[in-house]
Design a binder for this molecule. Structure first.
Ligand code: PMP
Length: 549
């Protein structure tokens, strides 16, 4: 465990702030970590001292900026264990862009009969990108199963990875389960099959020592904002000979060495992948983040992550009303635990926790297919970093316990909704929803899934002569969204489909803005769903009439 945490926390002034009347307990680090002064001071130094464009200018400022920016590449290469220096380290916007660079570069090598092997725990950054490559090339995507303990089924990987495999793209660490995947084994399987291996290091580069050469990764992508660095900058490691072969993704200045009216030659590595003026200060700040973490020691970061996760897991599992996901206690995981509390939607829970100053994330965490495998609309995730303490985990658990009266979580949510932050109608409709259920053979039905917060529901509507005769809804959404669906169903009964199609903030107006801004999406979301359904239906009818003509 990082021993001198109170000293280390002083590097992060934001941790001193309050949310409302409560001290901030920041447990959303798998989304974005906080940035220490040592990192953001780089911006001041850069803009005060040597702000200039890189590579081009023969003047002192440009020279200094170029050296700092280029050396930052060497620093990040070293940070992930690449011995080839800057030529093996491309700066990107984030992990997503790194994965896209590789996918774009490899797509010409893929075609029908080729297979791209991913895992069921992939983030959308990888999953959607490779799906698109498959769609455009005729290759097929296959998924290595996750077992009941949230671990990768390596035997299944062995079955899937074979002569037809062209690419294996795998998350090093799952951002939902906390599982640390055996990427060395997967790289070996991939290479034996003659396939490339791309490791998504978004959750591993920040949390453990990474050695891309020991893993034998062909490519490794990561994000600065998850490793105490700034947003808008990340890295893509690639073996030098593979980056040389890869086509760039973006064209323009800086990425060329020679241009004629007919043709252009690409610049040397890594600049061939960094078209246009890069985020210079952010790149230099990313190197400062690597320095900061190495000063702590990545092995200590890894231990700290695991210890906090095990502690949180133990305390959460001790509760009868909580279900956790991912490897069982005792199995190494990164510093995060995803869970659900019985009978409480994650979105409601995270609102409640926010009220206590605790920042967690609820939803599908950009892994909708994994949540389908887990048969969950979403989960709540508490994720830790070097500055988090066991006391902060206790604060989370105490908040679940409730205040002095020790109310259960569901009771606390009730109280929260009954509070004067919300319009009385929300509470009334939450307690007594109208039109909940389904209709037999409705005229139109609209299913919706809100991927960010894990809401899911379906509206059923019976229409006669353009008028909504009956409307009902089924919902696995948060309490606010469900209450709004109920209010909306009451409002729309007897109105025309045209009126439904042109809904524009009616519910928010009815509630006179009496709800926290944080819940605006829950208030307008159901309205957007039903108005889209009405528009689609009316468009369909118009098209049918036009066809009849
Ligand atoms: N992969 C994983 C495993 C992640 O956790 C994330 C971020 N949640 C990403 C990819 C995408 O990172 P970014 O949004 O910084 O591109």
């Amino acid at each position: 465990m990082v021993s001198d945490i109170s000293e280390l926390r002083q590097d992060f002034p934001v941790l001193e702030r309050r949310v409302g009347d409560e001290p901030l307990t920041y447990l959303d680090n798998a989304a974005t970590t906080q940035t220490p002064t040592q990192v953001y001071e780089v911006y001041e130094e850069f803009y005060e001292g040597y702000n200039a464009n890189v590579h081009r200018g023969i003047h002192a400022l440009s020279h200094e900026a170029s050296i700092a920016y280029e050396e930052a590449h060497d620093r990040l290469a070293e940070f992930v264990g690449a011995s080839g220096g800057r030529e093996e380290m491309v700066f990107t916007k984030n992990t997503t862009e790194g994965i896209n660079i590789v996918a774009y570069g490899l797509r010409d090598q893929l075609g029908p009969g080729d297979e791209i092997v991913l895992t069921e725990m992939e983030h959308h950054a990888s999953l959607v990108t490779w799906q698109q490559v498959a769609e455009r090339t005729g290759a097929e995507v296959r998924y290595v199963r996750v077992d009941d303990d949230g671990r990768l089924d390596v035997e299944h990987a062995k079955e899937l990875i074979g002569p037809d495999t062209a690419v294996v793209s795998v998350a090093h660490v799952s951002n939902v389960l906390g599982t640390v995947n055996p990427v060395e084994t997967l790289a070996e399987l991939a290479h034996d099959a003659g396939a490339y291996v791309l490791v998504d290091g978004a959750q591993s580069a920040p949390t453990r020592p990474v050695d891309v050469e020991a893993i034998d990764a062909d490519f490794f992508a990561f994000s600065g904002h998850k490793m105490a660095g700034p947003t808008g900058i990340g890295g893509l490691y690639g073996k030098r000979h593979l980056l040389e072969e890869l086509d760039p993704f973006c064209f323009g200045g800086e990425m060329i060495s020679h241009v004629t009216f007919d043709d252009a030659k690409w610049n040397e590595l890594p600049w061939k992948f960094e078209a246009g003026t890069p985020p210079i200060a952010s790149g230099i700040a990313l190197a400062a983040a690597a320095d900061y973490l190495d000063e702590i020691g990545m092995e200590r970061v890894r231990e700290h992550e695991d210890e906090l996760a095990q502690y949180a897991l133990e305390r959460l599992e001790a509760r009868d009303d909580v279900e956790t996901y991912g490897p069982p206690p005792g199995v190494e995981r990164t510093g995060l635990v995803s869970f659900n509390v019985e009978g409480v939607h994650g979105h409601d829970l995270s609102s409640l926790l926010n009220d206590r100053g605790i920042a967690v994330r609820a939803g599908d965490h950009c892994t909708q297919p994994l949540h389908d495998v887990l048969d969950l609309p979403g989960s709540v995730r508490a994720s830790f970093y070097v500055y988090n303490t066991t006391e902060e985990v206790d604060r989370l658990l105490d908040a679940l316990d409730g205040g002095p009266g020790h109310d259960g979580v569901a009771e606390q949510v009730e109280e929260y909704l009954a509070s004067d932050r919300y319009h009385d109608r929300i509470y009334e409709h939450h307690r007594n929803p109208h039109n909940e259920g389904g209709l037999d053979d409705p005229t139109l039905r609209k299913h919706s899934e809100e991927t960010t917060c894990g809401d899911e529901g379906e509206f059923h509507v019976d229409v006669a002569d353009g008028t909504i005769e009956r409307i009902a809804f089924e919902s696995q959404s948060c309490a606010v969204s469900r209450a709004v669906a109920s209010i909306l169903s009451e409002y729309l009964e007897g109105r025309t489909l045209e009126e439904a199609a042109s809904l524009d903030g009616e519910v928010a107006a009815m509630l006179e803005g009496t709800f926290p801004d944080l819940r605006r999406d829950c208030v307008v979301g159901p309205e957007e769903v039903i108005s889209e359904a009405a528009r689609e239906y009316l468009d369909g009818e118009r098209a049918a009439v036009a066809g009849d003509d």
